[in-house]
Design a protein around this ligand. Structure first.
Ligand SMILES: *Cc1c(COP(=O)(O)O)cnc(C)c1O
Length: 378
């Protein structure tokens, strides 16, 4: 973001991310740090450096371009690590970048495989890849029916070297869907067996954060940990909530209060006058709005923020750069004071899951969107 147009500050606690990496690693196997989408809004390069200090040797990014940016940073820092691209190459510009920036792409279609084989043959240079299988997500990857042709094509294109095999779980965070998770695991095993039988030795990975925390059976040589690294509990609100205890939230979002004034009984506030004071109140006008990714969808949903260490309900519609909070019961609130929108520490801290609940979304989206604001690393 070139022009700072707001007062919002995203504070990222890298020590928390490091602690979460240690916690995930404690479950066994190698943990691939998923840092796609700018490390879920926490800062791609800073997070990658922090994870490498904990021994993380493999990073998963989204687009090939994001991988190229990360490789540039790692080279400048003298950090040796593997980079795998979850999205794989999409258009023709992506292909040469894989070689130039040493990116291991997820390859999940014959189209990608043939294009890679063509590039590799022209350059006379091999490329390690991760073979991506669709075991139930129905998004990307080779299916069970593709296996015979896949093995054949891999044999015919020796420069495309499968070093990894991956698949992604659709329901690992849902205690009621264990059967679906196990069915995916079974299909993945079948795919691994087909590769092994054809003589391809690969590092397998299937589990995401929820899989690592809940499913011992899904353990392979490596797992791909994302959301838990950033301290959100993938099981929040479920019977498995306890499995995510011990994770430390890494993102705090705060902004400034720009005005404090009375709202008299019967007076309405903000666009549309959707909120009317039922008693004499005091309100704080807070410098956060939908231009800062503090969604207008939070209007009238019972959202809260932390002001002077107390919970203050958001009132009226969220505007482009402003919103309002009821601070009637909170003494001595002044312009220039902080309002905490996410995090805040202590027992009253606003968790990503709680904010996501008011917002009608999940912690992942809260992080990705709020993380687009100015960041400070603490
Ligand atoms: C995002 C992603 C992950 C990480 O998932 P979390 O639920 O955040 O742990 C793992 N694998 C793939 C393919 C992904 O896209």
């Amino acid at each position: 973001m070139s022009i700072v147009h707001n007062k919002l500050e995203v504070r990222v606690n890298l020590a928390a991310i490091r602690a979460n990496y240690r916690l995930l690693s404690g479950h066994g196997g190698r943990v691939i740090g998923v840092v796609k989408a700018d490390a879920y809004g926490h800062g791609l390069c800073e997070v990658a450096r922090a994870l490498s200090q904990e021994g993380c040797e493999t990073f998963a990014i989204g687009s090939v371009e994001e991988g190229a940016a990360l490789r540039g940073f790692l080279r400048a820092e003298g950090i040796k690590a593997r980079i795998v691209s979850l999205l794989g190459p999409v258009d023709s510009e992506d292909y040469p970048l894989l070689w130039e920036y040493e990116i291991i792409p997820f390859v999940g279609s014959f189209r990608q495989l043939e294009t890679l084989a063509g590039h590799a043959a022209r350059m006379g240079k091999g490329l390690p890849v991760s073979v991506k299988f669709d075991t139930g997500m129905a998004r990307l990857g080779f299916t069970q029916d593709d296996l015979p042709r896949l093995v054949e094509r891999l044999r015919e294109a020796p420069l495309v070297r499968p070093v990894m095999a991956s698949s992604h779980l659709a329901t690992a965070d849902d205690p009621a869907s264990v059967d679906k998770v196990l069915a995916q695991a079974e299909r993945f095993e079948a795919a691994l067996a087909a590769l092994a039988e054809a003589g391809f030795q690969v590092e397998a990975n299937l589990a995401n954060s929820a899989g690592i925390l809940a499913h011992q059976k899904l353990r392979h040589q490596s797992q791909r940990g994302g959301i838990a690294l950033y301290g959100a509990n993938p099981f929040a609100g479920t019977a498995w909530e306890h499995l995510g205890r011990g994770l430390s939230p890494a993102m705090e979002v705060r902004t400034k209060i720009v005005a404090v004034h009375a709202l008299k009984k019967g007076q309405s506030i903000s666009y549309g006058g959707t909120y009317t004071a039922e008693r004499d109140m005091r309100v704080a006008i807070v410098a956060a709005g939908y231009a800062d990714a503090y969604s207008r969808g939070l209007s009238g949903k019972g959202a809260q923020m932390l002001i002077a260490g107390r919970r203050a309900p958001q009132v009226g519609r969220v505007c482009m750069q402003l919103c309002a909070a009821d601070v009637t019961g909170i003494p001595d609130v002044r312009p220039g004071d902080w309002a905490v929108l996410l995090g805040g520490g202590g027992s009253l801290a606003i968790s990503a899951e709680e904010l996501a609940g008011w917002w009608g979304t999940i912690s992942y989206e809260v992080f990705c969107l709020l993380g687009m604001n100015r960041r400070v690393f603490v």
